[in-house]
Design a protein around this ligand. Sequence first.
Ligand code: MG
Length: 157
Amino acid sequence: MRIGIGYDSHRFAPGRRLILGGVEIPFERGLAGHSDADAVAHAVTDAILGAAALGDIGTHFPPSDPAWRDADSLVLLEKAVRLLEDHGHRVVNVDVTVICEAPKLAPHVPAMRERLAAALGIGSAQVSVKAKSNEGMGWIGRGEGIAALAVALVADR
Ligand code: MG
């Protein structure tokens, strides 16, 4: 068994869709980024890569590569899962905390769990997503962006 941690943050930007955990969430702003800026998917990808000591999302899918422009981050997550499998690992479970002041994410948690689980190739009971506010403090409290933390457990195949 091996454990990994992932973190990501993205700044809000006008004229972008808000995609978190592979789910499009209705909101007046989206997140800035080279890909679809799915901070939840990026944190999970870093957590599973970290558990296997296989680098991070930036090394495998560099923002300088036009192939990942506006990329569906769940596709990147699926590629990372395949990389783990090639190295003899499988993902056991994932736990995520998303931190933002708005929008309210709780109604979208079941869909995020389903989408992430499908990309990870595990059951949704093995995927936890929790939404928190930052109690009005700091850049998250001012509504400047969204942060996500993830841990992943990985086992030998
Ligand atoms: Mg990111």
